[in-house]
Design a protein around this ligand. Structure first.
Ligand code: S3P
Length: 436
């Protein structure tokens, strides 16, 4: 796809439903009694992977392209799948479903694409094994034709679930996926389970699972759950995904003479670090019409063109904006002065190594950027030149560099723009709808 500089962006849009909340709606609905109805469900490839995995586990799920009906079978209603579960590109599907499968008295094998086969799963194997589940990894080079055991700590792998005991787990990573896997396994344990994280990660599991009837509490960075609750189907309206809104925040701030109203965005404080950073960089951004929808804070976000300045991004705010760092790096390249991104070593184990891939692509556009062990240092303010962008099939890289290309001189070419459909199938149409 070719991208050239655009003059301005105007108008309003609603970004698609939140990816994290959409995944959880399917999963929690599947293990609840009765019907769960999810509206504004994200029809991105990752969430469709979650639907297909639960269908293979015997859960009837109807998807009409916007809302989804999950006919839950209760905590103990899943059945052994007759096939390998394909998690596609989705780390959230892989890790959260593993927590549920750890509590099932059957074996399940999971596999995904080349990116998922490189992502670290030991971080869930360790706590779930302490609870009583067993994991076996398979050599991906010969799988599924033959099953050679290996210790890769990655997919493909088989989970042998069953009788679990509760644990009090201290996680070394601030990861909502790890926290959620343990809490979900805790539903099936014989006693209480808790997880303490170094820094609080997104809390959608705690909020939504409690709405379904789980006995779950949070105190500081510790979440605790009691086993064997009665979970009942719910109606969930998914707010717009702030991680998708982030591209339009950046686009509105960076492109001269622009004004964009992004409606119905989830602004849960465990996710909304991008708003604080945009403001700290001098961005003209206003939250309007704040409200609560399905237990989650929601607002409309008004963004206007601004002169941006460098800032420091690090510490406890990192989990609140971890998926937005590629687009923050793009904003930093256009901002006056230095931006330091630190404490973000998790970027290396996302859909691509986002420290390396952001650095390579911003350098190709002429930015001054130095990668570090846990982030990057960007000297902003130089005009960027169009370049060939290697997305590495990472949706967030494709969308971040679309924003960069729309503000650079000359032509930018994305080697693969299709991957945006992982989290935002209508991304390019939505951009077009705002251009004059
Ligand atoms: C997610 C948590 C984050 C995030 C991912 C979705 C979730 O991962 O990067 O896109 O839905 O729980 P970690 O929790 O592993 O940091």
């Amino acid at each position: 796809m070719k991208i050239t500089n655009s003059y301005s962006f105007h108008g309003k849009l609603s970004v698609p439903g939140d990816k994290s909340i959409s995944h959880r709606g399917i999963m929690f609905g599947a293990i609840s009694n009765g019907l769960t109805e999810i509206t504004n469900f994200l029809q991105g490839a990752d969430c469709l992977s979650t639907i297909s995995c639960f269908q293979k586990l015997g859960i009837p799920i109807e998807n009409n392209g916007s809302s989804v009906l999950v006919h839950g079978k209760g905590l103990h209603g899943l059945r052994a799948p007759s096939q390998i579960l394909d998690v596609g590109n989705s780390g959230t599907t892989t890790r959260l479903i593993s927590g549920i499968l750890a509590g099932q008295a059957f074996k399940t094998t999971l596999d995904g694409d080349n990116s998922i086969r490189k992502r670290p799963m030991q971080r869930i194997f360790t706590p779930l094994s302490q609870m009583g589940a067993n994991f076996q990894c398979w050599d991906s080079t010969s799988f599924p034709a033959s099953r050679e055991r290996c210790n890769s700590g990655c997919a493909p792998f088989t989970i042998c679930g069953g009788h679990l005991k509760g644990v009090h787990y201290h996680s070394t990573v601030a990861s909502a996926q790890v926290k959620s896997a343990i809490l979900l396994a805790g539903l099936y344990a014989e006693d209480d389970t808790s997880v303490t994280e170094p820094v609080l990660s997104r809390n959608h599991t705690e909020l939504m699972l409690s709405g379904f009837g789980a006995r779950i509490t949070s105190a500081g960075t510790t979440a605790s759950i009691k086993p064997e609750p009665v979970l009942n189907g719910q109606k969930i309206h998914v707010p717009g995904d702030i991680s998708s809104a982030a591209y339009f925040i950046a686009l509105g701030l960076l492109t001269p003479n622009s004004e964009i109203l992004i409606e119905n965005v989830g602004v849960n404080p465990t996710r909304s670090g991008i708003l604080n950073i945009a403001l700290a960089m001098g961005g003209d951004l206003t939250l309007l019409n704040k409200r609560t929808v399905s237990g989650e804070p929601v607002a409309d976000i008004l963004v206007r063109s601004s002169n941006l300045y460098g800032t420091t991004v690090g510490g406890a705010m990192i989990p609140t904006l971890i998926d937005e760092i590629p687009v923050i790096a793009v904003m930093a390249a256009f901002a006056e002065g230095t931006t330091v991104i630190q404490d973000a070593q998790e970027l290396k184990v996302k859909e691509s190594d986002r420290i390396a891939v952001v650095t390579e692509n911003l350098k190709a556009m002429g930015a001054s950027i130095v990668p570090t062990e846990d982030g990057m240092i960007i000297e902003g303010g130089r005009p960027l030149q169009g370049a060939v962008i290697h997305t590495c099939q990472d949706h967030r890289i494709a969308m971040s560099f679309t924003v960069a290309g729309l503000n650079a001189c000359g032509e930018t070419i994305l080697d693969d723009e299709q991957c945006a459909a992982i989290s935002y199938p209508s991304f390019y149409e939505d951009i077009k709808s705002l251009s004059l």
